[in-house]
Design a protein around this ligand. Structure first.
Ligand SMILES: Nc1ncnc2c1ncn2[C@@H]1O[C@H](COP(=O)(O)OP(=O)(O)OP(=O)(O)O)[C@@H](O)[C@H]1O
Ligand SMILES: [Mg+2]
Length: 454
C-alpha cells in the first residue's frame, strides 16, 4: 500500500465566498476536491479518503448548522485546517469547534507558503495516526464503489465510523436492521474498507435458496455426491476465498446447516458434500438479518452458539424514520442519480413534498424512498415534485387510524414485497407463492411502486 500517492484534499467551503488559493494548492501536488454541503463532503471522504481537509468559514457571528457541527465532531479520519475571517475568533462557538476538532487554522486571506506548510504538516500527522493501529483509521487504498452509502444524520455518521472500525478487524460481523435500511450496502462498504478489498465479496441470500440446495451452494459438492451432481461444484464460501462472504437473511438458514456454518467459523475448514476432505478456506463472514435472532433462539429456530460466534461485532442500521435528517439528503441524492435517466423537466421537490416525506413513517425504509422518488420523477407534470406525485399515505406519517382499505393495501404491499424478496425478484416464483397470476402480480407491483430497477 502506498499511502503517499494519495494526495486528495477535501475543501469544504461552508461560506458564501469562493474558495481561496485553489491553483496554488493544486500546484503543490494536492488533488483538491470541493464540497459545499455535508453530503458531498461525506461522499468525498468515503470515496477518496483524503488525509487532510480544509474548512472555510464565513464571517459569521451565529452558530454553525447542527449537521455541519456534527460533521466536524464525528469525522476523525482527516486532519482539519480551518480558514476563518479575522473577526471569527471573537465567535465563541467557532473557537470551540476549532479547538476541539481542528489541527490548525489560518485567517483569511491566508499566506500561501504558510498554508501549504500547514497542509504538509497536517498530512504528516494524519499518516502518523494512520500507521498507529490504535487509531483504527480507514485502511488505504479504498476502492470506491458505485453504490455509495449516503447519510448526514448523527446516527449515520456514527454508523460510518463503526463501519471503519469493524472493517479493520477480521472477526465476523452481524448486521441488523429493518428491511430496506441498507444492510447489504453496509456489508459491501465494510468489505471495501477492509484489508480484503481486492479479493471477492460474495453475497448469498440464505432465505431464497431451497433447503436441499443451500448446503451444496455454500459448501460445494463432489461429482456424484447426489443424483444430478454430474460435476464437482465449488461452493460460495470457497469462491470467496481470501475475501468476504455475506450471508444475508441468516435467520432463514436451516438448523442442520447452522451446525456446518458454526464448524466453519470455528475451524476455518469446509467439507464439500460427498467428501470428507477438510479444505482450509480463509474467508471473513458477515451476516445480516431483519428478524430478531434472540427470539428465534427462544423458539428453537436458531442456534445460540452460532449467534454468539456471529455477533462478535455488531452493526445496527437505524430505521429511516428514526434518522429524519437523512430523508431529504437521500431523496435529493436519488433525484440526482435518476435525473439523467429520462426526459427531464422536473427540477426538484416542492417544499410541501419534502415536508410530507419528513413526516412519513417509511415502513420500507431507503428501498421504499428510492421507489417513491423514482415514481414521482416519472409522474411529475410540473417543475417541482408535489405530495401527490409521491403517492404516500399521509395518514401513515401522522399515525392516525387508517381506513380498512389502506390497511388492506399496506398488508398487500408488504406481502408482495416479502415474496419478491424471498424469490429474488423472480416473478414466476413470486406469483405462484402468492397464488395470483403473473399479470395480477405485475399490476399490483406497479400499483405499489415495487417494480425492480430496469
Ligand atoms: N444510506 C444509503 N445510501 C444510499 N443508498 C442506500 C442507503 N441505504 C440503502 N440504500 C439503497 O437502498 C436499497 C436497499 O438497501 P439494501 O438492499 O442494502 O437493504 P437491506 O437492509 O439489505 O434490505 P433487506 O432486509 O430487504 O434485504 C438499495 O438499493 C441500497 O443501495
Ligand atoms: Mg438485504
Amino acid at each position: 500500500m502506498h499511502e503517499i500517492e494519495y494526495r486528495n484534499l477535501l475543501y469544504f467551503n461552508t461560506s458564501c465566498s469562493p474558495p481561496v488559493l485553489v491553483d496554488e494548492i493544486n500546484d503543490a501536488g494536492w488533488n483538491l476536491r470541493l464540497a459545499h454541503d455535508v453530503q458531498s463532503a461525506q461522499n468525498i471522504l468515503l470515496k477518496y479518503t483524503p488525509s487532510v481537509a480544509i474548512a472555510q468559514f464565513d464571517d459569521t457571528s451565529g452558530r454553525l448548522s447542527v449537521p455541519i457541527e456534527n460533521f466536524f465532531r464525528n469525522v476523525d479520519q482527516v486532519e482539519w485546517v480551518a480558514l476563518i475571517p479575522k473577526n471569527a475568533m471573537s465567535n465563541h462557538h467557532i473557537k470551540q469547534i476549532i479547538s476541539e476538532s481542528f489541527y490548525d487554522f489560518h485567517t483569511l486571506p491566508p499566506d500561501t507558503e504558510k498554508l501549504l506548510a500547514t497542509l504538509g504538516h497536517a498530512e504528516g500527522m494524519a499518516l502518523m495516526k494512520r500507521d498507529n493501529p490504535a487509531s483504527r483509521q480507514l485502511p488505504l487504498p479504498l476502492q470506491p464503489s458505485e453504490d455509495e452509502m449516503v447519510g448526514a444524520s448523527p446516527q449515520m455518521l456514527d454508523l460510518f465510523k463503526n463501519i471503519r472500525k469493524v472493517a479493520s478487524v477480521d472477526a465476523p460481523v452481524l448486521i441488523t436492521g429493518e428491511s430496506g435500511t441498507g444492510k447489504e450496502l453496509a456489508a459491501l462498504a465494510l468489505h471495501e474498507r477492509s484489508a480484503r478489498h481486492n479479493k471477492p465479496f460474495v453475497a448469498v441470500n440464505c432465505g431464497s435458496l431451497p433447503n436441499g440446495l443451500i448446503q451444496s451452494e455454500l459448501f460445494g459438492h463432489e461429482k456424484g455426491a447426489f443424483t444430478g451432481a454430474s460435476q464437482r461444484k465449488i461452493g460460495r464460501i470457497e469462491t470467496a476465498s481470501g475475501g468476504t462472504i455475506f450471508l444475508d437473511e441468516i435467520g432463514d438458514l436451516p438448523l442442520e446447516l447452522q451446525v456446518n456454518l458454526l464448524r466453519f467459523l470455528q475451524e476455518k475448514t469446509i467439507e464439500r458434500l460427498g467428501s470428507t476432505e477438510k479444505i482450509h478456506v480463509d474467508v471473513r463472514v458477515l451476516a445480516a438479518t431483519h428478524v430478531d435472532l434472540e427470539a428465534a433462539i427462544k423458539d428453537g429456530r436458531f442456534r445460540e452458539d452460532l449467534y454468539y460466534r456471529l455477533h462478535v461485532l455488531k452493526i445496527k442500521i437505524p430505521a429511516l424514520r428514526d434518522r429524519k435528517g437523512d430523508i431529504e439528503v437521500l431523496a435529493k441524492y436519488f433525484f440526482n442519480k435518476f435525473f439523467n435517466e429520462k426526459r427531464r423537466n422536473v427540477k426538484g421537490f416542492a417544499p410541501s413534498a419534502l415536508q410530507l416525506m419528513n413526516h412519513y413513517d417509511w415502513p420500507g425504509n431507503v428501498r421504499e424512498l428510492i421507489s417513491r422518488v423514482r415514481r414521482a420523477m416519472v409522474m411529475c407534470e410540473r417543475r417541482l415534485i408535489t405530495p401527490e406525485d409521491l403517492d404516500l399515505d399521509r395518514r401513515n406519517g401522522e399515525r392516525q387510524v387508517t381506513t380498512l382499505e389502506s390497511a388492506r393495501n399496506s398488508a398487500e404491499m408488504e406481502a408482495i414485497r416479502n415474496a419478491l424478496h424471498k424469490n429474488n425478484n423472480n416473478l414466476a416464483l413470486t406469483s405462484r407463492m402468492l397464488g395470483v397470476s403473473r399479470a395480477t402480480l405485475y399490476r399490483l407491483m406497479e400499483k405499489y411502486s415495487l417494480m425492480p430497477k430496469p
